[in-house]
Design a protein around this ligand. Structure first.
Ligand code: SAM
Length: 297
């Protein structure tokens, strides 16, 4: 049986005290500066240093609230080497706040790697919660919120993107996706292919900013709207779960893995190559992606 070796406990007589050797995950505004909490300001003011995904963005935020503080850059391409340096400083007793470009650190940004490294190195982590685009979009969507699945960004690679959409076609939880404006139209077209035109969708744009907009429609409606205008700004797409009637009509292979699906055709007399072609056709995936999946072991 595994034992819990290092529960993170913050021992202090003052609730909001900044403690030595602790990493603070500090959420920052996703568009509206007033969303920076009192506790976030106190933490940013009192920690020894701040690790920031984009030091220029963070320097701007700090200047707005009148704070000067040493910044260390921590982003996708230096996270390995920089993560260890940050942990060395934490281990020597300094306190650090991690902030990412916007929102809650570790949600679709390199923060998750620093958290994992701190856990590995027995460094205490705590959070100063605040804005998160995914949660903000979910609560505004008007869709079912009791169960949801956060899917983050879909891959720019066509077959990976389609494979991911296929995996969640029969998802019974509300789905949340982050999307860049230049990929929005393609993503809606792919969603129509996998989820059908009637699925309810909320397209949440520029949340908490002056131009905040939430379009609540179905996938076909969203495609129509964006055939008449160019997407601009930051987007979260919220998609309703599969409906009972969709489930009734669902494909015979929807509970099979790709391998089981290929074997199904082989057992029904197909040669292996033909079985893979048939699976690619059923699933609207490329033959090469099926071939790769079957031969990956
Ligand atoms: N950690 C952040 C969070 O807590 O939401 C997300 C970081 S991720 C790199 C950035 C993505 O979040 C954007 O591409 C967009 O999809 C979404 N996003 C961030 N701010 C947003 C806003 N104000 N309105 C809509 N979407 C936003």
């Amino acid at each position: 049986m595994s034992s819990i070796k290092n529960p993170d406990k913050l021992y202090s007589s003052e609730k909001n005290a900044i403690l030595p050797g602790v990493l603070y995950l500090v959420a920052t505004p996703i568009g509206n500066l007033s969303d920076l909490s009192e506790r976030a300001i106190k933490t940013l003011t009192e920690v020894d240093f701040i690790a920031a995904e984009d030091t220029r963005n963070t320097a701007f935020l700090l200047s707005k609230i009148g704070i000067k503080k040493p910044l260390v850059s921590y982003y996708e391409h230096n996270k390995r080497e920089r993560g260890n340096i940050i942990c060395d400083r934490l281990s020597s007793g300094e306190s650090c706040a991690l902030v990412t470009d916007a929102g809650t650190p570790a949600i679709s940004d390199p923060g998750e790697d620093l958290v994992a490294l701190c856990i590995e190195r027995n460094i205490t982590i705590t959070s100063v919660p605040g804005p998160c685009a995914a949660i903000n979009a979910l609560i505004l969507s008007g869709l079912f919120t009791a169960r949801f699945a956060f899917e983050g960004f879909l891959s720019a690679n066509k077959s990976e993107r389609r494979k991911r959409l296929e995996e969640v076609t029969s998802e019974k939880r509300t789905l949340i996706f982050y999307e860049a404006p230049h990929k929005l139209k393609q993503t809606l077209a792919d969603m129509q292919e996998y989820f059908g035109k009637d699925r309810k969708i909320a397209i949440c744009r520029e949340l908490t900013k002056l131009n905040e907009e939430v379009i609540r429609t179905d996938i076909r409606g969203a495609i129509d709207i964006y055939s008449q205008m160019e997407p601009r700004g930051e987007y979260v797409i919220v998609v309703s779960p599969v409906s009972e009637s969709e489930l009734k009509d669902k494909a015979f292979y929807s509970d099979m893995s790709i391998e089981q699906h290929v074997n199904y055709y082989i057992e029904n007399g197909f040669a292996k190559m033909d079985a893979m072609k048939a699976v690619a056709k059923d699933r609207r995936l490329s033959k090469s992606s099926i071939y790769k999946e079957i031969n990956k072991k």
